[in-house]
Design a protein around this ligand. Sequence first.
Ligand code: APR
Ligand code: PHB
Length: 389
Amino acid sequence: MKTQVGIIGSGPSGLLLSQLLDLQGIESVILERQSREHVMGRIRAGVIEQGTADLLRTAQVHARMDREGQPHDGVNIAFNGERYRIDFKGLTGSAVMVYGQTEITRDLFEARDALGGTIIDEAEDVRPHGIDTDSPYLTYRKHGEAHRIDCDFIAGCDGFHGVSRQSIPADVLHTYEKVYPFGWLGVLSQTPPVADELIYAHHARGFALCSMRSATLSRYYVQCPVDEDLADWPDDRFWDELRRRLPDDAAEALVTGPSIEKSIAPLRSFVAEPMRFGRLFLAGDAAHIVPPTGAKGLNLAASDIYYLSRALTAFYKDGQQALLDAYSETCLRRVWKAERFSWWMTTLLHQFPENGAFGARVQLAELDYLVNSKAAMTALAENYIGLPY
Ligand code: APR
Ligand code: PHB
């Protein structure tokens, strides 16, 4: 088989790239290791920056988001039993959209099908070849048969555990990592959200987050040891622990119910440089991971895809090479700012016993400064709604 852009991975990065390229008349084929059902079944976050929402509109996959998504003009920070609102709209003139990544992935699959996009799922042993030549190709196995796809470029959209990043020679690839000594225990419940905006709560017992997917579907998280056993967290214990970490008004308003999904996610900051090697371009989780505290994972993947689709379009339309050559540097400038913001939100809001009493006092002082300084609140708002592309 022959195509222009071979894409590894049908997560939001791969699907969005394929859709944007198709709208520019550029062909692509996606190879995905898992089944479509498996990919669609993943529970992920759901806060979308203005830039990501605009890119989804450019990709013509915005209809359901605009119908069912919830614009949020602010967010709440809670500590010492009080809740403080950060007014995004008032401070920056902009807002975010709450719309599940699972829904975005579903919208993208439907859009690819509608345009007759080629997505080969359950593709085993996908391997990129000749990435440092002008004629790269992909090989994979399906139903026990070997296949080959010749292409001009390979987009590594295969996430943190994918094959793409590992294909970059070790003497070229540099990685930067910070692993946090805790995880997030997350619950999805068919209950009305405790508030109409997100609540990020700092508490001596650990961090907590109140989020939502819709007016009837809520998502909650509590900080927990990363090696915690889910069996030790029956729903009642989860709700009790969450209630303890929230200010009284929210604790009283909390509607509980059976969890329909419960899982523990580790927290990590990770960046791989460069994001391009020859004809291989990394995007999304294949190149960088952020702790979820800043709600940047999906949004960083989207900005990578904005830069990559723009560069590939300039190459195919005008024979331009410059944007492709600048791709890695351009992405990494925005990636590191989002890494910094996500690390800062994580450091500000979680319990780090190893930092001792002094560290705990500094955290509270920073929270007190934050909610009493327009400059500090504006800095948080600017980063949360998304820095310009
Ligand atoms: N061959 C083929 N497909 C692969 C391989 C492989 N060797 N390895 C991984 N994949 C697939 C995975 O099964 C997955 O469907 O690549 C896809 C990568 O998707 P994501 O992990 O969702 O990564 P990305 O598309 O970059 O989306 C980033 O996902 O994890 C969230 O917070 C993150 O929101 C961010 C978003
Ligand atoms: C979520 O809705 O799952 C969510 C929201 C904000 C975050 C992380 C997760 O920072």
